[in-house]
Design a protein around this ligand. Sequence first.
Ligand code: GLC
Length: 563
Amino acid sequence: MEWWKDAVVYQVYPKSFKDSSGDGIGDINGITEKLPYIRELGADVVWLSPIYDSPQDDNGYDIRDYYKLLKEAGTMEDFDRMLSRAHGLGLRIIMDLVVNHTSDEHVWFQESKKSKDNPYRDYYIWKEGKRQNTREGLDTSKEQAWGDEPNNWGSCYSGSAWEWDSTTKEYYLHLFSRKQPDLNWENVLVREEIYKMMRWWLDKGIDGFRMDVISLISKLPGYPDGEAGESGYTSFEVTANGPCVHEYLKEMNRKVLSLYDVMTVGECSGVTLEEAWKYAGAEEGELNMIFQFELMELDCENGIKWDLKPLDFIRMKKIFEKWQTGMYGKAWNSLFWNNHDQPRVVSRWGNDSGEYRELSAKMLASILYGMQGTPFIYQGEELGMTNPGLSIEECRDIETLRMYQERLEAGCSRAEIMRSVHAKCRDNARTPMQWDDSPNAGFSTGDPWMPVNPDYKTINAGAQLQDEDSVFHYYKKLIRLRKTYDVFRDGRFTMEYKEDPDIIWYTRTGEKESLRVICNFHELTRAIKLPDNEEWGELLICNYPEIRKETELRPYEARMYLV
Ligand code: GLC
């Protein structure tokens, strides 16, 4: 059954969603309390970012025990109650599966680092330094010497991806922080442990997984140097889509996923279309869909997220066209503007100041919700939540803090670094969910672990639920439309007006009906000829109260027509 093709997924970042205990950290009972809200919006599936036991070096993407929950998140009884409440409401729950790495506090790693002949040694990736045995005078009992690392792979969080361990005098690989050692997927025991754990959660009744950085699990044999960037290290793309990744995923599918009626989505940065067909192709027996990040790289200079570049709108349209037509009939797309790693889209590509915030948030939603694929809404996106403009002291994210330090040391000015932080930092998405206009936006009665965006007095769920014209109700309407007409799921995609600098206009052609989506991406009134005869179709939705003229589109105007 391909129920996930008709589903809309709502992503919850538990730490910032709803705190029921008053400790300032969101928890499972808070999620349970808000399930009816998610249902009201019209979503079918909830994706939970990690709630497992973790020292929180990377907010839970560093797991200490896959079978336990984070103390602050709640108990297993709380979890079971949430799951059955969700199922009772017709909501499915998918969990984050983080298996490229564990925490360094996981018992496997604690064992692994004890000695070279420990049974868990090969659960992780250990290598000798390049120069240990050859470079005279290098004291290997001390810290690593620069240039001694096994290769030049860089960590996503700055610096080398290798950490020296003085007990066994070898390096271990960590593509993320040093507290996130990479698992060795070549070891069949590792794979079997992971499959066992997945079955344990599925047997509990969860409905699938979002797979964290799954394209990184298979490493290049021989661990060769990659092309070095400015820092002397490679970007982590050299490590993506390794030679055995499809073999591993097919095995995982055979041994686990195919035995259950579940949904899977793999996080795959740096994939080509051809690669995406392999991960998500209907006949491949791997995953149902993937996240690809080509759009998210549009405002990065040379693929470096902190080096800002203005958006190339024509290029954005090309990317949409490429994935909508390239995946058609071959593999299923995911659709998203936001997640816990991205800035808020209304601030990024819409207009978050005053009168245009709601219009542009609705316009952005219209662009995505007419396309083929499974939409993912990130908590607060349905309210048009904005970037908070945090100071560096308010940032919590390891990636941002390490970049800040590294760039300061490299001589960049604070102002320049802060421009990048404000535009791109992951904490933009991680401030507490804005439930109402009471203190702390109704997120917590305690002291929130992240500051609340001061705009919560005007932007909050309580106010938007009351207001039929709110961003919330617009999302709700879009979701309902997707469930009403088959063309949203099946229609063939054609991009029109490809070179137009302001307008995105595409058609979806289905068997029974066609859909036209026309949006003005910018803050200007654009003259355009829109035929007004009957063949043009019925207006399904528009982000302005009434259609004025058939000769222009107002700032950020969005329309969908059904023919
Ligand atoms: C993924 C997650 C991100 C996390 C990283 C390491 O990209 O989305 O939040 O930090 O993987 O697990």
